[in-house]
Design a protein around this ligand. Structure first.
Ligand code: FMN
Length: 404
């Protein structure tokens, strides 16, 4: 007799007609593994082979940049022209093995492009990100530059489809360029792209509606959106609700909910704040419940999901459709296989003692970056890695790959 599937193992049909074989997605994690030409390397191919073999229904790549001048990290992948496609094809072949969906997350860092990438970033307005002196003051974009960014997102998505990616995700969260446009704190324009939320959302909505036209009705398109920036005067839940309704009109297949920016990095740190564990297990779920009532777009929530029972419960209650995991993929080599099979598995984050408060998120990024690089070299994870070394390693790599 066939055993009954638990909700997390059930397939899911997207509005475009594509099926995801289960409800587990690897959320985007920047790999910082591109070569000096920002192209795919053997290590990236091997990393995606590893992940596609491990049972997730959907893998979303780390952010692939639409413009090499404004990267999120020095060793980001960039997809700007046809010459990179052949290398991407191998990564895609590996990442789609085992009936896995592999979607390209496409991004422009705007003012969150650090000095390792550029001393002249661009942004909706000249509002500088003040963090560890790592970000230069951006130049406010001209209309021509805004139009160019729109074209670049469309081109990169088109090239991603050509390379064989089975879907794309537009990164409009975490304080990168599209999220800068959405937020009144970083968008102080008084033209058609600033002011009311309709104007602030214009660039994102124009991009997504063009993507739907270019990529066709049957191609999965996703958007990663903040529920809020968690900053006074920033993008808030009301704004987010407006954007979600508009995204429904342009027909997207999956809305991923997250939150925060480099100034308040809640998408990584919210778990460590005080509060009931249950509530903290999925810190953007409350907002997802609100938008569930307002939209039919399938919803993916990412951030803090760690126990199988809880995941099955929220799926059973139809609070969301797909569960996004990031760090759990770096805490167990065989995640999510072991997670689905063993009901007792809890995939807690690494707990490390790091005393410099201002750099805690940097230490965390460095620690997980190191784990990604180990997996890419077919090595086992090293969860005892020293967080101070992690900061040093990350900074050195950014300098070497960015400046030398
Ligand atoms: C090492 C690392 C890199 C990340 N890179 C990205 C990225 O490129 N794009 C993105 O949207 N989110 C990125 N994130 C955020 C994750 O996708 C996710 O939203 C966050 O880690 C919360 O999920 P978790 O609690 O399951 O880790 C990254 C997170 C980590 C730990």
């Amino acid at each position: 007799m066939k055993s009954k599937l638990t909700p997390i193992s059930e397939e899911f049909e997207l509005p475009c007609g594509v099926f995801i074989k289960n409800r587990i997605a690897k959320a985007a994690m920047t790999e910082r593994l591109a070569n000096r030409k920002q192209q795919v390397t053997e290590q990236l191919c091997s990393l995606y082979k590893h992940w596609s073999s491990n049972g997730a229904g959907l893998l979303i790549t780390g952010n692939i940049m639409v413009d090499a001048r404004y990267k999120e990290a020095s060793a980001n992948l960039v997809l700007e022209n046809e010459s990179s496609i052949s290398l991407f094809k191998k990564m895609v072949k590996n990442g789609t093995h085992n009936n896995t969906q592999l979607w390209a997350q496409i991004n422009h860092a705007g003012r969150q492009s650090s000095i390792f990438s550029t001393f002249k970033p661009i942004a909706p307005s000249a509002v500088q990100l003040k963090k560890l002196m790592l970000f230069a003051k951006p130049k406010a974009m001209s209309i021509l530059e805004i139009n160019e960014v729109e074209d670049r997102f469309v081109r990169t998505a088109f090239l991603a489809k050509q390379a064989g990616f089975t879907g794309v995700q537009v990164h409009a969260a975490h304080g990168y360029l599209l999220s800068q446009f959405l937020s009144p704190k970083t968008n102080q324009r008084n033209d058609a792209y600033g002011g009311c939320i309709e104007n602030r959302a214009r660039l994102l909505l124009d991009i997504v509606s063009r993507l739907r036209k270019e990529l066709g009705k049957e191609y999965p398109i996703s958007v990663k959106l903040n529920s809020a920036d968690f900053q006074k005067g920033g993008f808030n839940e009301e704004d987010a609700l407006f954007v979600v309704k508009k995204l429904e009109e342009v027909k997207i297949d999956l809305l991923e909910i997250s939150g925060g920016t480099y100034e308040n990095i809640v998408f990584l740190t919210e778990r460590y704040k005080k509060g009931s564990t249950k509530k903290r297990e999925a810190y953007f779920l409350e907002f997802a419940k609100k938008i569930r009532k307002e939209t039919k777009i399938p919803i993916m929530v990412t951030g803090g999901f760690r126990s199988l029972n809880f995941c099955n419960k929220v799926l059973e209650n139809q609070e969301l459709d797909i569960i996004g995991f990031a760090r759990p993929f770096l805490m167990h080599e065989d995640f999510p296989k072991s997670f689905i099979e063993n009901k007792e598995v809890r995939v807690n984050d690494a707990a490390f003692d790091f005393k410099i408060k201002q750099m805690k998120d940097f230490a965390e990024a460095g620690f997980y970056d190191y784990q990604i690089h180990r997996l890419a070299k077919n090595k086992r994870l090293n969860l005892n890695y020293n967080p101070y070394l992690a900061v040093l390693r990350l900074t050195m790599n950014e300098c070497l790959k960015g400046w030398l």
